[in-house]
Design a protein. Structure first.
Length: 224
């Protein structure tokens, strides 16, 4: 009998509560995503996401970035842990550190991120408040490949959320996060199934080049 292939291995980087990490853990538990999370690394030792990982039986590492003399040294420490796990995919799930170019180049093509805006709009921080102040009618989240330029890698999926008259940044963030928990597992599922790849700074799904915006999710069941 042929030996069954081992599921793809994922490493997850977090800084906070780990709600997108939890969405991945849940989708793996149900079999929707055929993969294993080998390690979770946080630059914030008190991050609740570490507790989520530990409760799921996942190895965790807390690396306080303030204990490192440079961004480069911190990234080297992460690379040692990541390389030991030998992941097929590295998922940034609310990881609030800018990665060095050396780190990104080392894992180019297997680094995914989710950003709380409709990229290329509002890279960086405070995206919800910026969208409200600009009087935008819609906001949302984008999954994308990571490149050396901040929040500028090729888009994969976008999910739009209408901006309501009563919205504060906090209310809008909560609704955007609900959509994040839909599109990130889909993105990871496509990657570990070998359907999603990056080439020449474009994202390809089933060998078709995705539009600059990425695919737009109309409902939780639109994309599979």
């Amino acid at each position: 009998m042929a030996e069954q292939a081992k599921p793809p291995v994922i490493a997850v980087l977090i800084s906070g509560s780990g709600s997108n990490l939890q969405a991945l853990i849940d989708n793996i538990a149900t079999g929707e995503i055929n993969a294993t999370i080998a390690t979770v690394i946080s630059n914030t030792p008190q991050a609740f996401g570490l507790t989520r990982a530990q409760e799921a039986g996942i190895e965790t590492h807390a690396l306080d970035h303030r204990e490192y003399d440079s961004r480069e040294l911190f990234d080297v420490a992460m690379m040692r842990i990541i390389d030991k796990a030998q992941p097929d995919l590295i998922v940034l799930a609310g990881f609030m550190r800018i990665l060095t170019a050396d780190f990104v180049r080392r894992y180019q093509g297997k680094l995914l991120n989710i950003h709380p805006s409709l990229l290329p709009k509002y890279p960086g921080l405070n995206t919800h408040q910026r969208a409200i102040e600009a009087q935008d009618r819609a906001h949302g989240a984008t999954t994308h490949f990571v490149t050396t330029e901040l929040d500028s890698g090729p888009n994969i999926i976008q999910a739009e959320v209408p901006i309501l008259e009563k919205d504060t940044a906090e209310l809008l963030a909560k609704r955007v996060q609900e959509r994040e928990h839909v599109i990130y597992p889909i993105t990871v599922k496509w990657f570990v199934e070998g359907r999603l790849r990056m080439s020449d700074n474009d994202a390809f799904l089933d060998n078709e080049c995705l539009p600059q915006s990425g695919l737009v999710l109309d409902s939780p069941h639109t994309l599979h």
